[in-house]
Design a protein around this ligand. Structure first.
Ligand code: WQD
Length: 330
């Protein structure tokens, strides 16, 4: 299959391109490089021995997107391109609504125009918001009061409604929990611009001495050790979940949680990281971060039942792989 991967030089996109290329697909990457580097294309080629086609295109630009669709017999799309920083979305709501909704509509419009039958969408567990854990796909959505989560819920609705009018389309809405780690080669990984918002890249930069210490946002949550509990999933498990969805989903709209089904606290992750990588992570307990929930973890039975997919890698492997990437290319 020839797969168009928007946002394919980004963190999850690049790892998914590796998985696709290693499993016989051909790949076209469409990315505007606003939050990633063109060099990632070379690294994907180095890992797989196959070079994806690359277009530096913004997914909101209809004419440029049309030129790509009209030039290639695309069999499916995986749409990662989008802004994804929760805090930034609170500061710049209009930019998030415009970019995330318009890019999805432009790509989807061209899938309909050119008869591309498969659409896999990068959604997020954030859409569950204040529901009770473990989160299940059938739950009513309550995106936490941040525009990022709202854009994901709205894109899901746009995709669902469009698919209902195009019965030959297959649409998968993949709700990620907390992606961490890196490809075992250490060539690709998570490299946020500026000071990391997310826990794992912050930890790896503290380990490398780029940051002095980790601030642990709250230790008074109703969790076993008082710190936030999350469902961390290795980015390569996530990539494998995308291939499974692309290959196995039938017509219509299918929603899947991509997580491990297990929760890990901040302190547990720090301890594991220190043990696995033989490094010390100095930290200080500070106030809770506004908008954080105590717990967020997945019921993953549906993806196992329908896609035959489960996450295979544990926290130790996530910590080892994240650290290797930070040491080599962070
Ligand atoms: C994890 C835990 C923090 C940083 C977000 C988005 C979600 C998805 C993943 C896009 C929490 C604690 C963190 C730090 C800390 N992104 N923490 N010190 O908030 O669960 O999810 O990223 O799809 O949509 O909401 O991830 O890594 O920021 O936080 O103590 O410096 O680590 O309080 O308990 P989060 P995170």
């Amino acid at each position: 299959m020839l797969i168009l991967v928007t946002g394919g030089t980004g963190y999850i996109g690049s790892h998914t391109c590796v998985e696709l290329l290693n499993n016989g697909c051909d790949v076209i990457i469409l990315d505007n490089l606003v939050n990633s580097e063109r060099e990632v294309v070379d690294r994907i080629a180095k890992i797989t021995g196959k070079r994806p086609l690359f277009y530096q295109v913004d997914a909101t630009e209809a004419a440029a997107v049309d030129a790509v669709f009209s030039a290639h017999p695309i069999d499916g799309v995986i749409h990662f391109a989008g802004l994804k920083a929760v805090g930034e979305s609170v500061e710049k709501p209009l930019a998030y609504y415009k970019n995330n909704l318009l890019s999805t509509m432009v790509i989807l419009e061209h899938c309909v125009k050119y008869g591309v039958p498969r659409f896999v969408f990068s959604s997020s567990a954030t859409v569950y918001g204040e529901n009770e854990v473990p989160f299940v796909e059938t739950m009513e959505l309550k995106p936490r009061s941040n525009p990022y989560g709202e854009t994901k819920a709205m894109c899901e609705k746009i995709l669902s409604d469009t698919a209902s009018r195009n019965p030959e389309m297959s649409v998968a809405l993949l709700r990620y929990f907390n992606p961490v780690g890196a490809h075992e080669s250490g060539l690709i990984g998570e490299k946020p611009r500026g000071v990391p918002n997310n826990l794992m890249p912050y930890v790896t930069q503290v380990a490398k001495g780029l940051l002095p210490e980790l601030r642990v946002f709250g230790s008074d949550y109703p969790t076993p050790d008082g710190t936030g509990v999350r469902d961390y999933i290795h980015v390569m498990d996530l990539a494998e979940g995308h291939l499974a969805a692309l290959e196995k989903m039938g017509r219509g709209v299918h929603i899947y949680n991509l997580g491990t089904g297990r929760g890990t606290s901040v302190l547990e992750l720090i301890t594991t990281f220190e043990q696995v990588n033989k490094v010390k992570i100095p930290y200080r307990i500070v106030d809770r971060r506004p908008g954080d929930v105590a717990e967020c973890w997945a019921d993953v039975s549906k993806a196992r039942r329908e896609l035959g997919w489960t996450a295979k890698r544990g926290i130790a492997e996530m910590c080892r792989d994240a650290w290797r990437f930070e040491q080599l290319h962070g």
